[in-house]
Write a protein that binds this ligand. Structure first.
Ligand code: MN
Length: 237
């Protein structure tokens, strides 16, 4: 596979959340150290689904551009460097994160950084509106009402001390709210919060400081205007 084709393939595979077709499936940690791993996972950025200024005034264009082109891009470079240096041979994101406790901090933190941001960009859009249909029913069923859900999710985002993420996840048919530190996510074996991620909010200062400075609550409040509920619903099993 040429590097361009490979890049496209990997990007599409990441977007689809699955890697298939012809790649050797190496699942054991003992497989590491065998030299080059031609089928090994490579992380890539999804294309931003909107312009840098599309989420204004809730997220400003400068924050968006720096976040995507500097922070997110750096996680991609760093995780792929770590995969090569550590000879990590996992072929799927699922395997990679299921073994997060066994890989290097560089691989784990930057792999989480790539995945979390790809996820984050896709669950936002201009003029997000309110949830409807099955996601609305699931939220009402699990939290009582949309307002109670908003309150709990906002609290998780506010209570995360330092850098991290707030999450809505689905586990065993139930929706749950929680948060993770740094670039951890609910797919990691090391994460206390587990489940299928449905919605995420980046609460690192780099996500809001240019516009909101120390006022994380204002940023969390603004987030409710830009959620892509169709994408959230798609992630429900
Ligand atoms: Mn971020």
């Amino acid at each position: 596979m040429s590097s361009i084709n490979r890049r496209t393939f990997v990007a599409n595979s990441l977007k689809a959340g699955v890697l298939t077709a012809g790649l050797p499936l190496i699942t054991k940690a003992e497989s590491w150290g065998f030299g080059s791993a031609p089928g090994a996972l490579q992380f890539a950025q999804v294309k931003l689904p909107y312009a840098y200024n599309a989420l204004e005034p809730h997220i400003d264009a400068q924050t968006m551009e720096i976040h995507y082109t500097k922070h997110h891009a750096a996680y991609v470079k760093n995780v792929n460097d770590a995969i090569a240096a550590d000879k990590i041979a996992f072929t799927t994101e699922k395997e990679f994160f299921a073994n997060a406790s066994k890989i290097s901090a560089k691989a784990k933190n930057n792999g989480g950084g790539v995945w979390n941001h790809n996820f984050f960009w896709e669950v936002m859009k201009p003029n997000g509106g309110n949830p409807s249909g099955k996601i609305s029913d699931a939220i009402n069923g699990s939290f009582g009402s949309f307002d109670k859900f908003k309150e709990q999710f906002s609290k998780a985002a506010m209570d995360r001390f330092g850098s991290g993420w707030a999450w809505l996840v689905s586990e065993g048919g139930k929706l749950k709210i929680g948060s993770t530190a740094n670039q951890d996510n609910p797919l990691m074996d090391s994460s206390e919060l587990k489940g299928t991620p449905l919605l995420a909010l980046d609460v690192w200062e780099h996500a809001y400081y240019l516009k909101y400075q120390n006022k994380r609550a204002d940023y969390v409040g603004a987030f409710w205007n830009i959620i892509n509920w169709d994408e959230v619903a798609k992630r429900m099993a």
